[in-house]
Ligand binder design. Structure first.
Ligand code: ASP
Length: 607
């Protein structure tokens, strides 16, 4: 099990006017010392003769004691302190009779001799404790109070450490940290841009970068050799679960490298971050081709914390008279360990689960490989026990396992089986927090077909280099050939989450033009949007490649959590709103006029 262990070394000066120590610092060895602490009142307990205050700051909580017999007036003042008042207290450290083993400072308390109220506080709208009674919206509106809560604060501290360790590691590897502009040019490729009107250029707009992709490539042309940036990126997408319109990447680019160096460098970075921040030593990362990942797991980001690999059953399950299988392009199953004793009800429920529109399967076939060696299935009418055993063999089934089988069109069936595999992983408790299974997925397709617009899109982005051996076939025009083209593109996946992706880039004008043509750009469109990059390629562009990690996501995964929002100091809600500052908001008529944006147009559209 991993643990977040922060060792603070207090080698910086505190201002003695406010404090001699932090609230997480004092131990039994400090007993007898005169100290001064400052912080927030987390809780007060009044026992008549004695008042106890839990004083909190970023580093911890220390108990203060006020004694009626020693100083009645001081004790009275302590009784009046409300939650979240900011105070400073001077007193003597002493051993506690009633120790709190759950707190680092739990062996001691401060016998207070003097106390100043530095600021009062209104009663906070929710409790500022590890478990709070505040709902999402309220906590976002009062984010500064939410951020005082230890679990939230620890996430932000974690993030800070991760950023610092990233900088250390990459600086050691001679990467240069270089900023790229936020006001750039809009391109229709990729996600939707956030647009910024230009006052000085009427009717013209900047866009906020979806990533610094073209700039980092230009930096390689400029001879910078190794670039990185921990950088905000902006994408105006509908906010499906856990997306943020602005998010952070560790963005990198390297010149004169092949895929191997990029992977080795960022595997090194990942191991360094896990080791220094999580205290976890990761083994070398396996590599798996995209095709293999799809075949074995039905996903380009397989969660390798558990098995349940796909078993393809076409040759043992088709043409045995079961119509559903006979008409299917693919029959495939997974073997859920130890689940043979699932009740009828549990299986019915799973069947309903796979039939939900989000999954879209037509039905679910099961085979129980019972602990006593008997085999029982939902298709006993069509398959003998021996036939079912042959399925089990393909899936590595053991006595006690439950095999779950889906059938249909190959690509869809793999997707559905992937969802079912993940669901079974969850139900069987196979996704252990603290267990980290990274892998590189490599050899991605160059292109992705989009049914709606009936055209190919770049699977990674249009600057990704096709594999050398595929260059000649790029303009063949034949759909299947296009689908089969492979790129020097790769993703880092940890526990089923895509942490980052990158590629070796095209660095040659002619090849870049060919790629744009493949993607349906006319030469004029390509020139208008990316002429600057292709122009740069004509002035001695070195071979180069790079990668970007999703920094927010990395924070979440390293903590075994799903929500990136918890690792962002000021996140936006599902509607893209910042609840604290109440943005977005209307602007004044004059501002719109200055920007040549007619408010009347907006009103018409609304109406
Ligand atoms: N710019 C790419 C992205 O944002 C990453 C890369 O290719 O380096 O996904």
């Amino acid at each position: 099990m991993y643990m977040r262990v922060y060792v603070y070394t207090f080698n910086h000066q505190l201002n003695p006017m406010y404090r001699t120590h932090h609230c997480g610092e004092l131990r039994i060895s400090d007993a007898g010392k005169e100290v001064k602490l400052s912080g927030w009142v987390q809780a007060a307990r009044d026992f008549g003769g004695m008042t106890f205050i839990d004083l909190r700051d970023r580093y911890g909580i220390t108990q203060l004691v006020f004694n009626m017999d020693d100083d009645a007036e001081l004790c009275e003042r302590a009784r009046k302190l409300g939650r979240e008042f900011v105070i400073s207290a001077t007193g003597q450290v002493r051993e506690r009779s009633n120790k709190n083993p759950n707190r680092a400072t739990g062996d001691i308390e401060i016998e207070v001799k003097a106390m100043d109220v530095l600021n009062a506080s209104k009663v906070p709208p929710f409790t500022i404790e590890d478990d709070t009674d505040g709902g999402d919206d309220l906590r976002m509106k009062y984010r500064y109070l939410d951020l005082r809560r230890s679990p939230v604060q620890q996430n932000i501290i974690f993030r800070s450490r991760l950023a610092i360790e990233t900088r250390k590691y990459l600086a050691d590897q001679r990467f240069l940290e270089i900023e790229t502009p936020f006001l750039i040019k809009s391109t229709p490729e990729g996600a939707r841009d956030f647009i910024v009107p230009s006052r000085m250029n009427p009717g013209q707009f900047y866009a906020l970068p979806q990533s610094p992709q073209t700039f980092k490539q230009i930096l390689m042309v400029a001879g910078m050799d190794k670039y990185f940036q921990i950088v905000k990126c902006f994408r105006d997408e509908d906010l499906r679960a856990d997306r943020q319109p602005e998010f952070t990447q560790i963005d990198c680019e390297m010149a004169f490298v092949t895929q191997e160096e990029v992977l080795a460098t960022f595997e090194g970075l990942t191991k360094h971050l896990f080791k220094t921040v999580n205290g976890v030593e990761l083994p070398d990362f396996p590599h798996m081709s995209y095709d293999e990942a799809m075949r074995r797991f039905g996903s380009d980001k397989p969660d390798l914390r558990f098995g349940m690999e796909f078993a393809e059953l076409n040759d043992v399950a088709r043409n045995k008279g079961f119509q559903v299988f006979d008409s299917a392009e693919l029959v495939a199953g997974i073997c859920a360990p130890g689940a043979a004793d699932y009740t009828r009800k549990q299986i019915d429920e799973l069947t309903e689960w796979v039939k939900r529109p989000q999954i879209g399967a037509k039905g679910l076939v099961y085979v129980r490989f019972n602990a006593d060696g008997s085999v029982k299935s939902s298709v006993d009418k069509f398959f003998s026990e021996d036939a079912l055993r042959a399925w089990g063999e393909k899936a590595g089934a053991r006595a006690g396992d439950l095999m779950l089988v889906l059938a249909g069109e190959a690509e869809k069936t793999r997707k559905q089986l992937n969802e079912l595999r993940l669901e079974m992983g969850r139900r069987l408790g196979l996704m252990q927090p603290g267990d980290f299974k990274p892998l590189w997925v490599v050899d991605f397709p160059l292109l992705e077909w989009d049914e709606d617009t009936e055209r190919f899109y770049a699977m990674h982005h249009p600057f990704t280099s096709p594999k050398k051996e595929d260059v000649a076939r790029m303009l063949s025009g034949d759909h299947e050939t296009m689908k089969a083209l492979r790129a020097d593109a790769y993703d880092l996946v940890i526990n089923g989450v895509e942490i980052g992706g990158g590629s070796i880039r095209i660095h040659d004008r002619a090849l870049q033009e060919r790629n744009f043509k493949l993607l349906g750009f006319t030469p004029e469109e390509a020139e208008a949007q990316f002429g600057f990059l292709m122009g740069a390629f004509e002035y001695g562009a070195p071979p180069h490649g790079g990668i970007a990690f999703g920094f927010d996501r990395l924070c979440a995964v390293m903590n075994g959590q799903n929500s990136i929002r918890d690792f962002i100091a000021f996140p936006k809600n599902n509607m893209g709103r910042d609840m604290m500052i109440d943005a977005p908001s209307p602007v004044q008529e004059e501002q719109l006029e200055e920007l040549y944006l007619k408010q009347v147009g907006v009103e018409e559209k609304k109406g």
